[in-house]
Design a protein around this ligand. Structure first.
Ligand SMILES: NC(=O)CC[C@H](N)C(=O)O
Length: 310
């Protein structure tokens, strides 16, 4: 079984990554994330037949953070269609850090450049429909529960509370968006939804399965269900290539060549079209906010298994 992808090669890539964990630091601007163990590293691969290859810390829970921006985008696109969504958020990479405010004012019209930066994801959260924050969050949780096959996927309340207390930069972004007319929903509710979806908790193995659904264009081979349209999967995968690794996306596209999205808790969701989903967890981050060991691990895995899409 799976002899095309050797467990030993996965372990070798994990060891290569592991040697880099002390080159990074856990995110500290969200105090709860600073409690994570920087030495952890896990990688899980989900294959089209639903089998997994796992190495390291693949059942440790961590929060999605920016990886969740993919799923709020999917929900917003399903509910509103691309014309409405892209009237409020752009399709271009920024070259700036994920929480940057600078281009919001200098670029006209003042809409955020893409949905993978904080400003863009806050604009997307403002487009999610539902009665209150709970109902809006449920539409994201429902999607993730189906994608992971885990009905218990939930928000980590400590991380959510910790970000909420310290998120002045995100508040500034949201109020700027409100002023420029991009955000028409209630600012506090929109931020609350954004903080909560960032704090949704998963394991690397669950992330691998989510990556496999994207690799299969929204089709869940485990249940035979099309969870979202192929056209939306295509939009997500393209954003992953151009903006998924923040302002290191170009370098990652050259060195690894796989559509991927990272988060500041140390997760990376990678998706190799039609072949596999990969979930990585390594909370020590480089200066751009990507898992330092995770990137090295993926670089080696991509080379060994010829996963690059270019
Ligand atoms: N890059 C990230 O993962 C950022 C997400 C985090 N919740 C924030 O808004 O700062």
């Amino acid at each position: 079984m799976n002899n095309q992808y050797d467990q030993k090669q996965l372990e070798a890539a994990w060891s290569t990554g592991k040697a880099f964990v002390d080159r990074g630091r856990v995110a500290a601007y969200i105090p709860e994330l600073a409690k994570q163990d920087p030495g952890q590293l896990g990688v899980s691969v989900c294959l089209p037949d639903g089998t997994f290859l796992n190495t390291g810390d693949t059942d440790v829970c961590f929060t999605l953070q920016s990886i969740s921006k993919l799923f709020s985008l999917i929900v917003a696109l399903c509910q509103n269609g691309p014309d409405e969504v892209f009237s409020r958020v752009g399709k271009e990479p920024t070259g700036d850090p994920f929480n940057s405010i600078i281009k919001l004012e200098t670029i006209k019209p003042h809409k955020p450049l893409n949905p993978m930066i904080n400003a863009g994801a806050i604009a997307v959260a403002g487009m999610i429909q539902g009665k209150g924050v709970e109902e809006r969050l449920d539409s994201i949780l429902d999607l993730l529960r189906k994608m992971t096959g885990n009905p218990d996927i939930r928000v980590n309340e400590e991380v959510y509370g910790s970000e909420k207390k310290t998120a002045d930069r995100n508040r500034a972004l949201a109020w700027f968006l409100k002023d420029s007319g991009v955000l028409t929903a209630d600012v506090d509710e929109t931020l609350d939804l954004y903080f909560r979806h960032c704090a949704i908790e998963v394991t690397a193995q669950e992330v691998a399965r989510m990556g496999m659904v994207l690799a299969a264009d929204g089709f869940d081979r485990c249940t035979g269900e099309q969870l979202f349209p192929q056209a939306i999967a295509r939009i997500c995968k393209t954003f992953m290539v151009t903006c998924g690794m923040y302002n290191a996306s170009g370098e990652f596209a050259i060195d690894v060549g796989i559509p991927a999205k990272s988060g500041v808790a140390g997760g990376i969701l990678a998706t190799v079209p039609h072949r596999m989903g990969i979930g990585v967890f390594g909370p020590a981050l480089d200066d751009k906010g990507n898992s330092v060991a995770g990137v090295k691990l993926l670089e080696q895995l991509s080379r060994e298994w010829k996963l690059g899409i270019f």
